[in-house]
Design a protein around this ligand. Structure first.
Ligand SMILES: *[C@@H]1O[C@H](CO)[C@@H](O)[C@H](O)[C@H]1NC(C)=O
Ligand SMILES: *[C@@H]1O[C@H](CO)[C@@H](O)[C@H](O)[C@H]1NC(C)=O
Ligand SMILES: *[C@@H]1O[C@H](CO)[C@@H](O)[C@H](O)[C@H]1NC(C)=O
Ligand SMILES: *[C@@H]1O[C@H](CO)[C@@H](O)[C@H](O)[C@H]1NC(C)=O
Ligand SMILES: *[C@@H]1O[C@H](CO)[C@@H](O)[C@H](O)[C@H]1NC(C)=O
Ligand SMILES: *[C@@H]1O[C@H](CO)[C@@H](O)[C@H](O)[C@H]1NC(C)=O
Ligand SMILES: *[C@@H]1O[C@H](CO)[C@@H](O)[C@H](O)[C@H]1NC(C)=O
Ligand SMILES: *[C@@H]1O[C@H](CO)[C@@H](O)[C@H](O)[C@H]1NC(C)=O
Ligand SMILES: *[C@@H]1O[C@H](CO)[C@@H](O)[C@H](O)[C@H]1NC(C)=O
Ligand SMILES: [Zn+2]
Length: 422
């Protein structure tokens, strides 16, 4: 009679995912499921244990009691914040608000009529187009996505840099992926902590949504960013002012690919392709002959990233240049830290004319080639950092990426060998 053998199982306690430590090894993973296996990253784990960040994927309610720097900065700006009450709900329900909101749009509320020229004194206009003609300001929202290696490999092979608008909660979940953007020479901007409608937040909470995302990017990637994009474009002069006090330029868009909306509200993949095609047709129609374009596109999921890749050759052929937002503005110091340098627009295009990219898929894309293109000068390195991933995330259909299951006890069973069926 055969002896039945029980093979040992190692049970890891909740939250103790495998450690991962290196940006380059994370960037070399090619299987999306492995990329997206939650992992622990010591600096993030420690920061969370020390209550230095609010709960991941939860709207910020207030600054944390032990956050001396955040509290001091907020106290300093508090009395000068424009006296504009919060609007609607953070889920984007403005039905109780818009009926009483003046048609003159006194708050320059983008959600109302796409206002980008602030009415409050001292605020700069939002960036909704790029100043260089026949140029596409290239950016992606909602990352870092755990499965982004194929997309970032593609950009690397195309020697194409972009502006990545990162959600703070995603940065904490996927710190090594966030580091990759900086290592690859992309520009990183803030896209809030919990990806809600910003005009609904009271002042301190709105400050916290931006502040903790700035801190997360600094913790993980070592840089303090200078730009942000409001989720759903939902910004008014109160929120613009708070962002400006944090050194953040507000970046919007003029065209929406609607890639984030596929499957909802009658938006199909054909709709999205038509939006890309219309943008491309507009280049030859002369629409961008004096001012370039910004179209909203996403690092949200496999479809949005694949669609970006599929359309890249045609965009590169149509536009004279495709550049990150900072490059279109000759912003050569994209971060507060002075040891990162971007090329000027002239320097970038001297080596990166979009039209020189061959039509068709870029061959041999892989992350190990990232150091080959050195357009960002000294922009290398990923600083320190942290991170732990957990849960899975979903698009709610309103474009809000909500992480599901974070905080629920996760038990990882690692089979040490073949599990015998007894
Ligand atoms: C901010 O100012 C408001 C009044 O405008 C005051 O009620 C509140 O206590 C202040 N908060 C902080 C943190 O200073
Ligand atoms: C294309 O140009 C037309 C005319 O200016 C404009 O109405 C439309 O919004 C543009 N669409 C895109 C995607 O560029
Ligand atoms: C990342 O993309 C994958 C598909 O490639 C998707 O399943 C996942 O939900 C996305 N994660 C986030 C945080 O958006
Ligand atoms: C989309 O998913 C497929 C199947 O996992 C994968 O081969 C492909 O590389 C993914 N594309 C992107 C852009 O992530
Ligand atoms: C960028 O700098 C070049 C000079 O190098 C100048 O011609 C161009 O107008 C500048 N663009 C912007 C948007 O400032
Ligand atoms: C890119 O285009 C500019 C003119 O827009 C030209 O001066 C430059 O030489 C081109 N660079 C390359 C690498 O083709
Ligand atoms: C990436 O390309 C390099 C050089 O061609 C190769 O040595 C390496 O194995 C490739 N990595 C992956 C993950 O494909
Ligand atoms: C990258 O650019 C910097 C600054 O222009 C230069 O000093 C360095 O030698 C370049 N490195 C490579 C590998 O080309
Ligand atoms: C910039 O300086 C910081 C520390 O001051 C360091 O952690 C980081 O690696 C440096 N980055 C580069 C690209 O030199
Ligand atoms: Zn978004």
């Amino acid at each position: 009679m055969p002896l039945k053998t029980f093979l040992p199982l190692l049970f890891l306690a909740a939250g103790s995912h495998a450690q991962r430590t290196s940006e380059s090894s994370e960037a070399s993973i090619t299987d999306p499921a492995s990329e997206c296996a939650p992992y622990a990253y010591a600096p993030v784990t420690s920061a969370l244990a020390a209550s230095q960040f609010p709960p991941i994927w939860t709207p910020v309610a207030s600054l944390l009691p032990n956050d001396a720097a955040g509290l001091a900065l907020f106290a300093k700006i508090n009395s000068s914040i424009p006296n504009i009450p919060p609007k609607g709900t953070m889920a984007g329900d403005f039905s109780n608000f818009t009926p009483t909101y003046p048609a003159t749009d006194p708050d320059c509320w983008w959600t109302f009529h796409q206002c980008t020229q602030p009415k409050a004194a001292g605020l700069s206009a939002d960036v909704a187009s790029v100043p260089e003609a026949r140029t596409l300001g290239y950016g992606f929202d909602d990352g870092p996505n755990c499965s982004h290696n194929a997309f970032y490999d593609y950009l690397t092979a195309a020697q194409q840099k972009a502006t990545m608008f990162y959600i703070g909660s995603n940065v904490m979940d996927w710190p090594l992926e966030a580091q990759r953007a900086v290592a690859d020479g992309h520009e990183v901007c803030v896209h809030t902590w919990s990806h809600r409608y910003m005009t609904a937040f009271p002042n301190e909470a709105a400050f916290g949504e931006l502040w903790y995302t700035l801190q997360a990017i600094k913790l993980v990637a070592g840089v303090t960013v200078k730009c942000w994009r409001p989720p759903f474009g939902d910004v008014d002069d109160r929120i613009r002012y708070i962002a400006a006090q944090l050194g953040l330029e507000t970046v919007l868009w003029k065209y929406d690919s609607n890639d984030w909306k596929v499957g909802t509200g009658g938006v199909t993949t054909a709709t999205v392709q038509a939006n890309y095609d219309a943008l491309i047709a507009n280049v030859s129609a002369g629409v961008f002959d004096t001012v370039g374009a910004i179209m909203l596109t996403h690092e949200l999921n496999n479809y949005t990233m694949q669609t970006a890749m599929d359309n890249y050759p045609a965009l590169a052929k149509a536009f004279d240049h495709i550049v990150p937002i900072a490059v279109a503005q000759n912003q050569t110091q994209p971060y507060v830290e002075t040891n990162y340098t971007f090329p000027t627009f002239a320097q970038y295009i001297a080596t990166h004319n979009a039209s020189t990219v061959p039509a068709g898929p870029v061959p041999g894309a892989n992350s190990t080639t990232s150091s080959a293109s050195n357009v960002t000068g000294s922009n290398t390195g990923s600083g320190s950092s942290s991170g732990s991933g957990s849960g899975s995330s979903q698009s709610t259909g309103t474009g809000v990426s909500l992480r599901v299951g974070v905080g629920a006890p996760l038990v990882l069973a690692v089979a040490m060998g073949v599990l015998a069926v007894l």
